[in-house]
Ligand binder design. Structure first.
Ligand SMILES: [Zn+2]
Length: 280
């Protein structure tokens, strides 16, 4: 059991590495998330007036313990920094959206607020509940919490009651799989174990459907997408590549916000990474 816990603890530090917002590096990977018109239109037939919704990704919100590694700085955001990042979003007029809203926008063109943003949290670390959620509340924001369910109730992770509390506050509770394995290593039986089981666990806690997934380590696979569809996952969020033209709903991109970005750096990176169409 201890080994599993150590693995999971490490997993909380390991969801991929963002580019420096000032380096221009993200330009090379930036992609336009064209709306998927899978229901009533072909992909090219209609260009929705709109924007690519920025999706931010957080892990831990706590003080650094010293001279943290690059990897740690990417996933640990000091509370004051997080507060400042939320403040600049509120001051800039951003309004949070949840996965169902993004899905309806991408598939049906259902309008979103003028400056939509999605704020997501991975792994289910407890400071997302104790520090993150109250900060969101100050600004009327709602977040998306992707939980790896094996960790529920363990030392640095949220309890079931805390997850339920977030759902009752109107935040979205979605899956980050059961035990945070890389999809590339899945055996056939893992799909039910990792996806179905974790969704059911979360649905039992919140009483609400769980239909969205954040890939562990942000890594998606082409072979995995049909498996997700079979298990009623409507869309999935990644960190590793460009959006896949043929599967845009299952390769929605996110941007990690590292702990050493000041609020202005974050806004600059958002503007580089996610394309805003002129006039909106
Ligand atoms: Zn993770």
């Amino acid at each position: 059991m201890r080994n599993i816990f150590l693995l999971v603890t490490l997993a909380a530090f390991s969801c991929n590495t963002p580019a420096n917002p000032d380096s221009g590096k993200q330009d090379s990977t930036a992609t336009s998330m064209e709306p998927a018109m899978e229901n009533t239109h072909t992909k090219d037939s209609v260009a929705l007036p709109g924007i690519e919704v920025p999706v931010l990704c957080y892990h831990q919100i706590r003080e650094w313990k010293g001279n943290e590694s690059r990897l740690a700085k990417d996933v640990i955001v000091p509370p004051a920094r997080f507060k400042a990042q939320m403040q600049i979003l509120a001051d800039s007029g951003y309004q949070t959206v949840l996965p169902d809203q993004l899905y309806d926008y991408l598939t049906k063109g259902t309008p979103l607020p003028p400056k939509p943003i999605m704020i997501t949290f991975d792994d289910g670390v407890v400071d997302q509940y104790t520090i993150g959620a109250p900060e969101l509340k100050k600004h009327g924001f709602k977040g998306v919490f992707f939980i790896m369910t094996i960790s529920l109730g363990r030392s640095i992770y949220m309890s079931k009651e805390q997850v339920k509390g977030l759902a009752e506050e109107g935040h979205a509770i979605e899956t980050h799989t059961w035990s945070h394995q890389n999809l590339k290593k899945y055996q056939p039986e893992d799909w039910d174990e990792q996806i179905v089981k974790s969704c059911k666990q979360l649905e039992d806690i919140t009483g609400k459907p769980v239909r969205y997934l954040a890939y562990p380590f942000g890594v998606w696979t082409q072979e995995g997408i049909p498996e997700l569809k079979k298990r009623d996952i409507k869309a999935a969020f990644q960190l590793s590549t460009k959006i896949d033209e043929n599967e845009p709903l299952y390769t929605i991109r996110r941007m990690i916000v590292p702990g050493d970005w000041n609020p202005e750096s974050m806004i600059r990176a958002m503007n580089k990474t996610f394309k805003t169409r002129p006039g909106l």
